[in-house]
Design a protein around this ligand. Structure first.
Ligand code: SF4
Ligand code: SF4
Length: 80
């Protein structure tokens, strides 16, 4: 899994570390580091809980984004 942490945005709160069921992250120098990226199962729970929006999982589509896209499609179907 390609997990990126925006080190400028991360405030070191540790929420992603507590939240991740697969123990992907560790706090190093007050920044979250994905030390076990291959453990990631792509649930995006950490992505949702991060208050700084500092996490990115490349290649995984977030449920929130999917929901927005469905709503946009529904609106377009009514118009066309
Ligand atoms: S997506 Fe889920 S399994 Fe992967 S790092 Fe985030 S919380 Fe852990
Ligand atoms: S939840 Fe976000 S801000 Fe908090 S430690 Fe993790 S990446 Fe950093």
């Amino acid at each position: 899994m390609d997990i990126r942490v925006d080190t400028d945005a991360c405030v070191g709160c540790g929420l992603c570390i507590k939240d991740c069921p697969m123990h992907v992250y560790e706090l190093q120098n007050n920044v979250s580091v994905p030390v076990r990226p291959n453990n990631c199962m792509g649930c995006l729970s950490c992505h949702e809980i991060c208050p700084a929006q500092a996490l990115e999982h490349r290649g995984i589509y977030s449920a929130k984004r999917h929901y927005i896209d469905i709503k946009v499609c529904e609106m377009l179907r009514k118009v066309i």
